[in-house]
Each structure stands twice: as C-alpha cells, then as structure tokens.
Ligand binder design. Structure first.
Ligand code: KG4
Ligand code: ZN
Length: 364
C-alpha cells in the first residue's frame, strides 16, 4: 500500500488530494484499486467568468492564495500528515506555465522538507488514471485492449491501452495515441459555440442543459473529416457554422426561441464526431472495451448515446466513465497517476527534485 499526495494547478482548478493505492496488476483491468481519502478543490471558474475564459496571470495569483489551504484541507480530511506519505505527485506539464509553477513549487517544498520522493505527472496521464479512482466493487472489468478517449477543454485524444496502468510505459501517451483533434478540442468547441450564443464560461454545461429541450436535427451543422481511415477530429468548422447561423437568426429576431434546437444541434454534431471516430478507432484496433474521461465525459448526450450504442459496436462491456467529480480537473487523478509511476520507480529523489520544472507545451 502507498499513501500519495497529489497536487493539480495546471489551469483553473487548484486541487490537493490524498489517495491510498492498493497495488494489483490486473488483466482485465479492474478499476477499483485507488482509494480516495480526500480531495480539496478550489475552482476559479467564477473568477474567470467575466473575461469569457481563463486569464493566465489571474489564475497563477489565485493558485498562490489557495494552494496551501487546499493541501492543509486534504491532509485534514484524510486524517494524515506529510510524515505519513510515501510520495508526492504534482502536475508539471502541460498547462499554463505560471499556474503549473505554483503547484510544482509547493510540491518541491513539501518533498524537500519532509524528504519524500517527488513524482512529476503529465496532466493527461492524470485524466487517464481517473478511471481507477474509488470505483465500486461492482465496476465491470475492462478487457484489454481498451479504447480510451480523453475529451477535455484542452484535448480530444484517442488511445489504445494494451496494459494495466502499472505497466504503462513512460512514453505511453505518445505510443498509444491513435487519434487527436487537429484544431479545437471538443470542450473548446462546446465553450466557443456557447460563447457565440451568449452563455457564460465554461459553456459546455449550458449547451448540455439547454439542448435537453431541443431537437438535434433542426440545424444541419458540419461533421469534419468523414474519411473512415482517419481517427482525428476537427471542430473549427463547427464554430464558423454556428457563428453564421446565430447571425442569421439574430437578424430575423428568432435566436432566443431557437436556442434549445441550436444547442441540441451543436451537441449532436460534437457527439456524432466523437462517436464516429471512437468506434472507427476501436474497430481498427480490435478494442474490447471503451472508457471516456475528461470534462466532456460529463456530457449527458455523449453518455446516453454511448450507453445505447456500445453493443452494436462490438464492445464486450458497457462504456466506462469515471465518477462525475473525477471527470473535470482534480488532484485525485494526479495522485493516482503518481502512484502508478512511483510503483514503477519513476520519481525524483532528494538530490534531483529541485531540478523539476513546469513545462507549458511538452512534445507529448
Ligand atoms: O477536463 P477539464 O475539466 O479541463 C481540461 O483539462 O481542459 O474539462 C473542461 C471542459 C470544458 O470545456 C467544459 O465546457 C467541458 O469540459 N464540460 C462539458 C460538460 N461539463 C464540462 N462539456 C459538455 N457537456 C458537459 N456537461
Ligand atoms: Zn484536464
């Protein structure tokens, strides 16, 4: 068993978490071996809302103010202290560099003061690890290979996972990648189109909510990259189409009454694109199971359609999603990724830890 503190500050969530990891290399995957003892998160969403998006400088300043209270709260809720830890894990890439530096500095200070190994975590490895957080014992085993879709505000990536996380090679994000967005991420497509329609940031949840009362077939919006052999995405054309449609409706004075239908149509275009490429990539790689993680995994239409369509696509078990609270950015997923890396011996010891830096745009 290992006790790990995770720290996440790559964008607009400032989060600390303590998890207990029960090592077990399992094939098929049994997503139940990381026990979350605490998660303390301060979301800056309301602070950035007036600007219509995250302002990097404001994010760093707010992380500075909330990082220590979040770490204290995570220890308190878990009923442990820094002396009890086996390791400290922190997101050091990719993200807003000023925001990342706050978490990295806090982790380095704790690690140095309490002589604990330090694990540098790639944010996407954190999202991938959210699959293993606190799942009930009934969670279905996931036969490998697993098609993993990371669908967030910054990324839309498809991976084929052939091993359990304890055996993920250090470069698995590069090696297992089979598809990605060539421009905007799916979450970004939700947020940018929502902004065009006048919804507050982040708009994904508004499109989801308002679209529930609309007809997804009303507006014919583009689905890019129709080729069957391509597993990449492109969402920038959708933004332009929504902008033109909204403009036209505004001129006719009917935008407000059309909002539910327009939201439903936008959502359907994004979900259609996601499902199409997920299914194509899964079939081409003989995937036996499917998991979706990241903020957009919270989307109700995406969940509904996957839950209805997985069988016809040849998957052996239902699609797997992390708990809602682990879909958006949180430190528990970083602690889980850190636990797997720590177990593999990938950590910085006392003599090396002060060299750890934040990387805004790593190669992978
Ligand atoms: O994973 P995440 O918290 O942050 C990144 O790492 O980017 O994802 C945030 C994204 C935002 O774009 C947000 O609009 C989207 O997830 N999102 C949703 C929903 N809830 C969050 N998009 C569509 N439907 C939702 N219900
Ligand atoms: Zn994220």
């Amino acid at each position: 068993m290992s006790l790990i503190l995770g720290i996440e500050s790559s964008c607009d969530e400032c989060s600390a978490s303590v998890v207990r990891y029960h090592p077990a290399v399992q094939t098929p995957l049994r997503p139940s071996n990381v026990e979350v003892l605490s998660v303390a998160t301060f979301s800056q969403v309301a602070i950035h809302r007036p600007y219509g998006g995250v302002v990097p400088e404001i994010a760093s300043r707010n992380h500075l103010e909330s990082i220590n209270p979040m770490i204290d709260q995570a220890f308190k809720e878990a009923g442990v202290g820094p002396h009890d830890l086996d390791a400290i894990a922190v997101t050091n890439r990719p993200g807003l560099v000023g925001a990342l530096l706050v978490g990295v500095s806090a982790a380095k200070a704790l690690s140095y003061a309490f002589k604990k190994p330090l694990v540098a975590v790639h944010h996407l490895e954190g999202h991938a690890s959210s699959l293993f957080l606190d799942q009930s014992a009934e969670a279905a085993d996931l036969p490998l290979p697993l098609l993993l879709a990371i669908v967030s505000g910054g990324h839309t990536n498809l991976y084929v996972m052939k091993t359990p996380p304890e055996l993920w090679p250090p470069d698995f994000l590069k090696r297992s990648l089979v598809g990605r967005s060539r421009d905007d991420a799916a979450g970004e497509a939700f947020d940018k189109t929502a902004k065009i329609l006048g919804f507050p940031y982040p708009g994904g949840v508004w499109i989801d909510k308002i679209g529930k009362n609309g007809n997804p077939k009303t507006f014919d919006l583009p689905r890019a990259l129709p080729q069957k052999s391509v597993f990449d995405f492109s969402f920038s054309g959708l933004k332009t189409a929504v902008s033109l449609t909204a403009e036209k409706l505004k001129k006719m004075g009917t935008l407000q009454e059309n909002l539910p239908d327009l939201c439903a149509s936008i959502q359907e275009a994004i979900v259609d694109a996601l499902l199409r490429k997920i299914f194509l990539a899964a079939r081409a790689n003989q995937c036996r199971s499917l998991a979706v993680v990241g903020g957009v995994a919270a989307n109700s239409r995406l969940r509904f359609r996957l839950e209805n369509e997985w069988k016809s696509q040849g998957f052996e078990v239902p699609p797997f999603f992390p708990k809602m609270s682990y879909c958006t950015d949180n430190a528990a997923m970083i602690a889980a990724a850190g636990a797997f890396r720590f177990r593999q011996g990938h950590f910085l010891r006392e003599s090396e830890m002060l060299t750890l830096n934040a990387i805004a745009n790593p190669e992978i």
